[in-house]
Design a protein around this ligand. Sequence first.
Ligand code: ATP
Ligand code: MG
Length: 331
Amino acid sequence: MPPLLEVENLQTHFRTPDGVNRAVDGVSFHVNAGETLAVVGESGCGKSVTAMSILRLIPEPPGKIAGSIRFQGRDLLTLSDREMRDIRGNEISMIFQEPMTSLNPVLTVGRQIGETLRLHQGLSAKQAEAKAVEMLTLVGIPEPARRVREYPHQLSGGMRQRVMIAIALACNPKLLIADEPTTALDVTIQAQILELMRDLKRTVGAAIVLITHDLGVVAEVAERVIVMYAGKKVEEAAVSPLFRNPKHPYTQGLLGSMPKLGSSLHGDEGRLAEIPGLVPSLKQKIPGCVFASRCPHTTDLCRQVAPALEEKEPGHVAACHYAVKEGAIAA
Ligand SMILES: Nc1ncnc2c1ncn2[C@@H]1O[C@H](COP(=O)(O)OP(=O)(O)OP(=O)(O)O)[C@@H](O)[C@H]1O
Ligand SMILES: [Mg+2]
Protein backbone atom coordinates (compact mmCIF):
# COMPACT_ATOMS: atom_id res chain seq x y z
CA MET A 1 0.00 0.00 0.00
CA PRO A 2 1.37 3.47 -0.80
CA PRO A 3 1.98 5.74 2.20
CA LEU A 4 -0.87 7.92 3.43
CA LEU A 5 1.31 11.00 3.18
CA GLU A 6 4.38 11.37 1.04
CA VAL A 7 6.38 14.58 1.25
CA GLU A 8 9.05 14.96 -1.38
CA ASN A 9 11.74 17.59 -1.52
CA LEU A 10 9.65 20.09 0.41
CA GLN A 11 11.09 23.57 0.28
CA THR A 12 9.37 26.32 2.19
CA HIS A 13 11.20 29.59 1.97
CA PHE A 14 10.36 33.04 3.29
CA ARG A 15 11.38 36.24 1.62
CA THR A 16 12.62 38.66 4.29
CA PRO A 17 14.23 42.12 4.04
CA ASP A 18 17.66 40.63 4.69
CA GLY A 19 17.51 37.56 2.49
CA VAL A 20 15.60 34.36 1.88
CA ASN A 21 14.97 32.25 4.98
CA ARG A 22 15.17 28.59 3.93
CA ALA A 23 13.00 27.37 6.79
CA VAL A 24 12.48 23.98 5.17
CA ASP A 25 15.10 23.08 2.62
CA GLY A 26 14.53 19.88 0.68
CA VAL A 27 12.85 17.62 3.22
CA SER A 28 11.34 14.24 2.25
CA PHE A 29 9.48 11.77 4.44
CA HIS A 30 6.38 9.63 4.48
CA VAL A 31 3.70 8.61 6.97
CA ASN A 32 1.91 5.28 6.73
CA ALA A 33 -1.75 4.89 7.59
CA GLY A 34 -2.24 4.58 11.34
CA GLU A 35 1.39 5.15 12.32
CA THR A 36 2.88 7.85 14.50
CA LEU A 37 5.86 9.72 13.15
CA ALA A 38 7.72 12.04 15.48
CA VAL A 39 9.53 15.14 14.24
CA VAL A 40 12.23 16.40 16.60
CA GLY A 41 14.86 19.11 16.51
CA GLU A 42 15.80 22.33 18.25
CA SER A 43 13.86 25.55 18.06
CA GLY A 44 13.83 27.14 14.62
CA CYS A 45 14.69 23.98 12.70
CA GLY A 46 11.56 24.11 10.55
CA LYS A 47 9.26 21.66 12.32
CA SER A 48 6.20 23.91 12.51
CA VAL A 49 6.80 25.26 9.02
CA THR A 50 6.81 21.66 7.75
CA ALA A 51 3.47 21.04 9.48
CA MET A 52 1.94 24.28 8.24
CA SER A 53 3.16 23.51 4.72
CA ILE A 54 1.30 20.18 4.71
CA LEU A 55 -1.92 22.01 5.56
CA ARG A 56 -1.00 24.87 3.24
CA LEU A 57 -1.29 27.37 6.05
CA ILE A 58 1.89 29.22 5.08
CA PRO A 59 1.21 32.86 4.19
CA GLU A 60 2.23 33.35 0.54
CA PRO A 61 3.93 35.82 0.30
CA PRO A 62 6.29 36.06 2.14
CA GLY A 63 6.33 32.26 2.09
CA LYS A 64 6.72 30.00 -0.92
CA ILE A 65 6.22 26.23 -0.92
CA ALA A 66 7.79 23.92 -3.51
CA GLY A 67 8.14 20.17 -3.86
CA SER A 68 5.26 17.73 -3.56
CA ILE A 69 2.98 16.68 -0.72
CA ARG A 70 0.99 13.66 -1.77
CA PHE A 71 -1.90 12.75 0.51
CA GLN A 72 -3.78 9.60 -0.51
CA GLY A 73 -2.25 9.99 -3.94
CA ARG A 74 -3.22 13.63 -4.51
CA ASP A 75 -0.63 16.40 -4.51
CA LEU A 76 -1.96 18.91 -2.00
CA LEU A 77 0.15 21.65 -3.55
CA THR A 78 -1.85 21.45 -6.78
CA LEU A 79 -5.31 21.60 -5.18
CA SER A 80 -7.52 24.68 -5.30
CA ASP A 81 -8.11 26.62 -2.08
CA ARG A 82 -11.60 25.15 -1.96
CA GLU A 83 -10.39 21.56 -2.27
CA MET A 84 -7.80 22.28 0.39
CA ARG A 85 -10.46 23.63 2.76
CA ASP A 86 -12.36 20.36 2.36
CA ILE A 87 -9.28 18.45 3.44
CA ARG A 88 -8.31 20.70 6.36
CA GLY A 89 -10.08 19.81 9.60
CA ASN A 90 -11.69 16.90 7.85
CA GLU A 91 -9.18 14.42 6.45
CA ILE A 92 -6.15 16.14 7.96
CA SER A 93 -6.46 18.05 11.19
CA MET A 94 -4.04 19.78 13.47
CA ILE A 95 -3.63 20.55 17.14
CA PHE A 96 -1.42 23.35 18.30
CA GLN A 97 0.72 24.07 21.31
CA GLU A 98 -1.42 26.75 22.92
CA PRO A 99 -5.03 25.60 23.24
CA MET A 100 -6.36 28.97 24.44
CA THR A 101 -5.26 30.91 21.39
CA SER A 102 -6.73 28.37 18.99
CA LEU A 103 -10.12 28.20 20.69
CA ASN A 104 -12.69 30.90 20.07
CA PRO A 105 -13.45 32.57 23.44
CA VAL A 106 -16.99 33.62 22.53
CA LEU A 107 -18.28 30.23 21.36
CA THR A 108 -19.22 27.29 23.57
CA VAL A 109 -17.01 24.24 23.23
CA GLY A 110 -19.99 22.36 21.80
CA ARG A 111 -20.38 24.91 19.04
CA GLN A 112 -16.69 24.69 18.23
CA ILE A 113 -16.66 20.93 17.99
CA GLY A 114 -19.95 20.96 16.12
CA GLU A 115 -18.81 23.61 13.67
CA THR A 116 -16.45 21.32 11.76
CA LEU A 117 -19.10 18.60 11.71
CA ARG A 118 -21.72 20.94 10.30
CA LEU A 119 -19.26 22.32 7.81
CA HIS A 120 -17.82 19.03 6.59
CA GLN A 121 -20.57 16.54 7.27
CA GLY A 122 -23.70 18.66 7.04
CA LEU A 123 -25.06 17.72 10.48
CA SER A 124 -27.97 19.67 11.98
CA ALA A 125 -27.36 21.76 15.12
CA LYS A 126 -28.94 19.08 17.27
CA GLN A 127 -26.97 16.22 15.72
CA ALA A 128 -23.79 18.27 16.02
CA GLU A 129 -24.35 18.86 19.73
CA ALA A 130 -24.98 15.17 20.33
CA LYS A 131 -21.79 14.34 18.48
CA ALA A 132 -19.92 17.00 20.46
CA VAL A 133 -21.01 15.34 23.71
CA GLU A 134 -19.82 12.03 22.32
CA MET A 135 -16.43 13.54 21.42
CA LEU A 136 -16.03 15.11 24.88
CA THR A 137 -16.70 11.69 26.38
CA LEU A 138 -14.12 10.15 24.07
CA VAL A 139 -11.42 12.59 25.19
CA GLY A 140 -12.23 12.00 28.85
CA ILE A 141 -14.02 15.18 29.88
CA PRO A 142 -16.30 14.53 32.87
CA GLU A 143 -19.92 15.69 32.72
CA PRO A 144 -19.79 16.20 28.96
CA ALA A 145 -23.46 17.19 28.67
CA ARG A 146 -22.78 20.18 30.93
CA ARG A 147 -19.32 21.01 29.60
CA VAL A 148 -20.53 21.12 26.01
CA ARG A 149 -22.40 24.37 26.83
CA GLU A 150 -19.43 26.02 28.56
CA TYR A 151 -16.94 28.54 27.17
CA PRO A 152 -13.17 27.95 26.91
CA HIS A 153 -12.35 30.19 29.91
CA GLN A 154 -14.45 27.92 32.13
CA LEU A 155 -12.12 25.00 31.45
CA SER A 156 -8.65 24.21 32.77
CA GLY A 157 -5.65 24.16 30.41
CA GLY A 158 -5.64 20.39 30.25
CA MET A 159 -9.36 20.29 29.46
CA ARG A 160 -8.94 22.89 26.74
CA GLN A 161 -6.31 20.74 25.12
CA ARG A 162 -8.72 17.81 25.34
CA VAL A 163 -11.31 19.98 23.60
CA MET A 164 -8.76 20.79 20.88
CA ILE A 165 -8.18 17.08 20.42
CA ALA A 166 -11.94 16.52 20.29
CA ILE A 167 -12.26 19.17 17.57
CA ALA A 168 -9.37 17.67 15.67
CA LEU A 169 -10.84 14.18 15.81
CA ALA A 170 -14.50 15.09 15.30
CA CYS A 171 -14.44 14.41 11.57
CA ASN A 172 -12.46 11.22 11.87
CA PRO A 173 -9.31 12.47 10.14
CA LYS A 174 -6.88 10.05 8.55
CA LEU A 175 -3.99 12.24 9.63
CA LEU A 176 -3.59 14.29 12.78
CA ILE A 177 -0.72 16.76 13.01
CA ALA A 178 0.11 17.61 16.61
CA ASP A 179 2.56 20.48 17.01
CA GLU A 180 3.96 20.42 20.55
CA PRO A 181 0.57 19.41 21.95
CA THR A 182 1.73 19.18 25.55
CA THR A 183 4.49 21.76 26.04
CA ALA A 184 2.17 24.50 27.35
CA LEU A 185 0.75 22.18 30.02
CA ASP A 186 2.14 21.29 33.41
CA VAL A 187 3.85 17.98 33.85
CA THR A 188 1.03 15.84 35.28
CA ILE A 189 -1.41 17.15 32.70
CA GLN A 190 1.16 16.47 29.96
CA ALA A 191 1.25 12.86 31.03
CA GLN A 192 -2.54 12.63 30.93
CA ILE A 193 -2.79 14.17 27.48
CA LEU A 194 -0.10 11.83 26.20
CA GLU A 195 -1.91 8.86 27.60
CA LEU A 196 -5.06 10.12 25.92
CA MET A 197 -3.24 10.39 22.60
CA ARG A 198 -1.92 6.88 22.96
CA ASP A 199 -5.38 5.52 23.71
CA LEU A 200 -6.90 7.45 20.85
CA LYS A 201 -4.28 6.08 18.50
CA ARG A 202 -5.68 2.66 19.23
CA THR A 203 -9.37 3.55 19.19
CA VAL A 204 -9.41 6.13 16.38
CA GLY A 205 -6.67 4.74 14.16
CA ALA A 206 -5.55 8.07 12.68
CA ALA A 207 -1.94 8.47 11.62
CA ILE A 208 -0.16 11.09 13.71
CA VAL A 209 2.67 13.47 12.94
CA LEU A 210 3.89 14.47 16.36
CA ILE A 211 6.17 17.48 16.61
CA THR A 212 7.97 17.64 19.91
CA HIS A 213 10.99 18.80 21.86
CA ASP A 214 10.43 16.05 24.35
CA LEU A 215 12.27 12.86 23.52
CA GLY A 216 10.45 11.08 26.31
CA VAL A 217 7.24 11.66 24.38
CA VAL A 218 8.84 10.23 21.26
CA ALA A 219 9.84 7.05 23.02
CA GLU A 220 6.37 6.57 24.41
CA VAL A 221 4.16 7.44 21.49
CA ALA A 222 5.94 7.22 18.13
CA GLU A 223 7.00 4.38 15.90
CA ARG A 224 9.38 6.31 13.70
CA VAL A 225 11.33 9.53 14.10
CA ILE A 226 12.77 12.15 11.83
CA VAL A 227 15.37 14.52 13.19
CA MET A 228 15.48 17.99 11.67
CA TYR A 229 18.31 20.44 11.80
CA ALA A 230 18.43 23.86 10.13
CA GLY A 231 15.63 23.10 7.70
CA LYS A 232 16.91 19.67 6.74
CA LYS A 233 16.21 16.11 7.74
CA VAL A 234 19.48 14.78 9.10
CA GLU A 235 18.36 11.39 10.41
CA GLU A 236 15.43 9.03 10.26
CA ALA A 237 14.86 5.68 11.91
CA ALA A 238 12.42 3.58 13.88
CA VAL A 239 12.26 4.70 17.50
CA SER A 240 14.30 1.97 19.11
CA PRO A 241 17.31 2.01 16.71
CA LEU A 242 17.33 5.80 16.86
CA PHE A 243 17.57 5.79 20.65
CA ARG A 244 19.92 2.82 20.85
CA ASN A 245 22.20 3.76 18.01
CA PRO A 246 21.85 7.34 16.80
CA LYS A 247 24.00 7.83 13.69
CA HIS A 248 24.14 11.57 13.29
CA PRO A 249 26.28 13.59 15.71
CA TYR A 250 23.38 16.04 16.05
CA THR A 251 21.04 13.29 17.21
CA GLN A 252 23.77 11.97 19.47
CA GLY A 253 24.01 15.45 20.96
CA LEU A 254 20.26 15.69 21.46
CA LEU A 255 20.25 12.33 23.16
CA GLY A 256 23.23 13.23 25.33
CA SER A 257 21.27 13.52 28.56
CA MET A 258 18.52 11.09 27.74
CA PRO A 259 17.09 8.66 30.24
CA LYS A 260 17.03 5.07 29.08
CA LEU A 261 14.01 3.92 27.10
CA GLY A 262 11.25 2.92 29.47
CA SER A 263 12.50 4.84 32.49
CA SER A 264 10.57 7.82 33.83
CA LEU A 265 9.85 9.89 30.81
CA HIS A 266 8.28 13.03 32.10
CA GLY A 267 9.83 16.21 33.29
CA ASP A 268 13.09 17.83 32.38
CA GLU A 269 15.16 14.70 31.98
CA GLY A 270 13.26 13.89 28.79
CA ARG A 271 14.08 17.22 27.18
CA LEU A 272 16.60 17.63 24.42
CA ALA A 273 20.15 17.97 25.64
CA GLU A 274 21.99 21.25 25.24
CA ILE A 275 24.40 21.28 22.34
CA PRO A 276 27.02 24.04 22.46
CA GLY A 277 26.64 26.68 19.75
CA LEU A 278 23.69 27.93 17.74
CA VAL A 279 21.65 26.78 14.79
CA PRO A 280 23.18 28.61 11.79
CA SER A 281 21.25 31.35 10.04
CA LEU A 282 18.88 29.87 7.51
CA LYS A 283 19.41 32.92 5.33
CA GLN A 284 22.81 31.98 3.97
CA LYS A 285 23.54 28.91 1.88
CA ILE A 286 25.78 26.53 3.75
CA PRO A 287 28.14 24.76 1.34
CA GLY A 288 28.95 21.70 3.46
CA CYS A 289 27.15 19.89 6.26
CA VAL A 290 24.62 22.13 8.06
CA PHE A 291 25.84 20.82 11.41
CA ALA A 292 29.56 21.37 10.71
CA SER A 293 29.79 24.56 12.78
CA ARG A 294 28.77 22.69 15.96
CA CYS A 295 29.88 19.14 15.33
CA PRO A 296 32.72 17.74 17.47
CA HIS A 297 33.88 15.58 14.53
CA THR A 298 34.01 18.21 11.76
CA THR A 299 36.67 17.90 9.07
CA ASP A 300 37.41 19.90 5.91
CA LEU A 301 35.25 17.47 3.97
CA CYS A 302 32.29 18.37 6.19
CA ARG A 303 32.82 22.08 5.67
CA GLN A 304 33.04 21.69 1.90
CA VAL A 305 30.70 18.91 0.86
CA ALA A 306 27.13 18.47 2.07
CA PRO A 307 26.66 14.83 3.06
CA ALA A 308 23.77 13.10 1.30
CA LEU A 309 21.14 11.23 3.27
CA GLU A 310 22.37 7.67 3.16
CA GLU A 311 20.94 4.41 4.38
CA LYS A 312 23.38 3.36 7.10
CA GLU A 313 21.32 0.36 8.11
CA PRO A 314 18.04 -0.91 6.70
CA GLY A 315 15.43 1.78 7.38
CA HIS A 316 17.97 3.97 9.17
CA VAL A 317 19.21 6.97 7.22
CA ALA A 318 21.55 9.77 8.22
CA ALA A 319 23.29 12.64 6.49
CA CYS A 320 26.85 12.39 7.83
CA HIS A 321 30.09 11.57 6.02
CA TYR A 322 31.39 9.73 9.04
CA ALA A 323 28.39 7.86 10.37
CA VAL A 324 29.42 4.26 9.80
CA LYS A 325 27.42 1.08 10.00
CA GLU A 326 28.27 0.29 13.60
CA GLY A 327 27.15 3.76 14.62
CA ALA A 328 30.62 4.86 15.67
CA ILE A 329 32.10 8.08 14.38
CA ALA A 330 35.23 7.22 12.43
CA ALA A 331 36.67 10.74 12.22
N1 ATP B 1 5.76 33.71 8.45
C1 ATP B 1 7.09 33.65 8.49
N2 ATP B 1 7.86 34.60 7.91
C2 ATP B 1 9.21 34.54 7.95
N3 ATP B 1 9.89 33.55 8.53
C3 ATP B 1 9.20 32.57 9.12
C4 ATP B 1 7.76 32.56 9.15
N4 ATP B 1 7.34 31.46 9.82
C5 ATP B 1 8.46 30.81 10.21
N5 ATP B 1 9.58 31.46 9.80
C6 ATP B 1 10.97 31.06 10.02
O1 ATP B 1 11.10 29.69 9.70
C7 ATP B 1 12.11 29.09 10.50
C8 ATP B 1 11.61 27.78 11.06
O2 ATP B 1 10.60 28.07 12.01
P1 ATP B 1 9.69 26.95 12.69
O3 ATP B 1 8.60 27.67 13.37
O4 ATP B 1 9.31 25.92 11.70
O5 ATP B 1 10.66 26.30 13.75
P2 ATP B 1 10.34 25.11 14.77
O6 ATP B 1 11.28 24.01 14.44
O7 ATP B 1 8.89 24.81 14.77
O8 ATP B 1 10.79 25.77 16.15
P3 ATP B 1 10.11 25.66 17.60
O9 ATP B 1 10.64 24.39 18.19
O10 ATP B 1 10.64 26.87 18.32
O11 ATP B 1 8.63 25.67 17.46
C9 ATP B 1 12.49 30.13 11.55
O12 ATP B 1 13.72 30.73 11.14
C10 ATP B 1 11.37 31.12 11.48
O13 ATP B 1 11.82 32.41 11.81
MG1 MG C 1 7.38 25.05 16.17
